[in-house]
Design a protein. Structure first.
Length: 319
């Protein structure tokens, strides 16, 4: 299920032993105490409000405030977001920055209780609480749920391992947001779904009193929406907002290439050429008066500018 994070063993598959996960190169990953939750990252130097002893209570209070302040029903909001994954029974779903696992009951329901859920977080405290709630508060003991303490910017999974990936809150804390999105895209199979939601108020509200009050309450609300950081191959991209336009939602379908395009389709008209020639065929600058003469002569001959220039250049090279 997991791959080694080290490049020197070519990210080889990890084998589970009683005391740890280990790869053929001898790299070891231990488990959280009294669990089979693997630890892939050293958070000793990771200073965050989400990795201290009070982090679980802090997170619970923040979540409760969020939905009550915006007069929203939490299960309905989560169901709306997770349904954008287009989940089907038997699928394998990744939840990054899962926290205490509040999305787990909802995605379990949408999978019809038949599938596998992987939930990761950088915080051991969060996942310890998540592990306990899976078996008690959430009543999901019979569901296939795998937890891991890991860095969302360096996921311990093979390419295309998941049918879909989901993230709700936490992206703004990433040191490299582009890499975090790229990792979600990498581990989802071609044609799979990725849904990302986080704080970032709608731009048209940012300078209103409404927006300014929200930003004064939490500066992260002014975060830019990371559309420019999506993978170039993203398809069916949608952008929307939830919770009073406080949080943006981006969802897309994974692909392996840029949109299909006929780069050599020629234009009809004075300029002529194609997208390929207009982009790759740019030459050094010439005297503006000479350029004007070329344009006039091309029109006199009933040729496009590109065709006329190509004719002149070919003739010169042949001579």
């Amino acid at each position: 299920m997991y791959r080694c994070l080290r490049k020197d063993c070519n990210h080889s598959q990890l084998i589970e032993y009683q005391e740890c996960l280990r790869c053929v190169g001898g790299h070891r990953y231990s488990f959280l105490p009294d669990s089979r939750v693997p630890v892939f990252t050293d958070i000793g130097s990771y200073n965050s409000e989400f990795t201290n002893p009070e982090s679980v209570e802090f997170n619970d209070n923040n979540v409760e405030w969020l939905f009550s302040a915006f007069r929203a029903n939490e299960p309905d909001v989560r169901r709306n977001l997770l349904s954008r994954l287009h989940p089907k029974p038997g699928q394998r779903v990744l939840i990054t920055a899962a926290g205490t696992g509040k999305d787990l009951p909802v995605i379990t329901e949408l999978l019809g209780g038949n599938g596998t859920i992987f939930a990761q977080d950088i915080s051991p405290q969060m996942l310890i609480a998540c592990h306990e709630r899976i078996h008690r508060a959430y009543g999901l003991s019979d569901m296939n749920i795998e937890l891991s303490v890991s860095d969302a910017m360096d996921l311990p999974f093979f390419d295309g391992f998941f049918d879909s990936a989901f993230h709700f809150g936490g992206l703004n804390f990433y040191s490299n947001i582009k890499k975090g999105i790229a990792e979600m895209n990498r581990v989802v199979k071609i044609g799979g779904r990725v849904v990302i939601a986080d704080k970032g108020i709608a731009p048209w509200l940012l300078e209103t009193d409404y927006g300014k009050m929200i930003v004064a309450n939490n500066p992260l609300a002014a975060s830019s929406i990371p559309l420019s950081l999506l993978p170039h191959s993203a398809r069916d991209v949608n952008i929307s907002w939830i919770l009073g336009y406080y949080c943006y939602v981006i969802d897309f379908t994974t692909s392996e290439s840029l949109p299909d395009l006929d780069l050599d389709r020629h234009h009809i008209g004075r300029r002529g050429g194609s997208m390929r020639t207009r982009y790759y065929g740019q030459l050094e600058g010439v005297n503006p008066k000479l350029k004007d003469r070329i344009y006039v002569e091309a029109e006199r001959r009933g040729m496009s500018r590109v065709d006329f220039l190509e004719q002149i250049l070919k003739s010169a090279l042949d001579d």
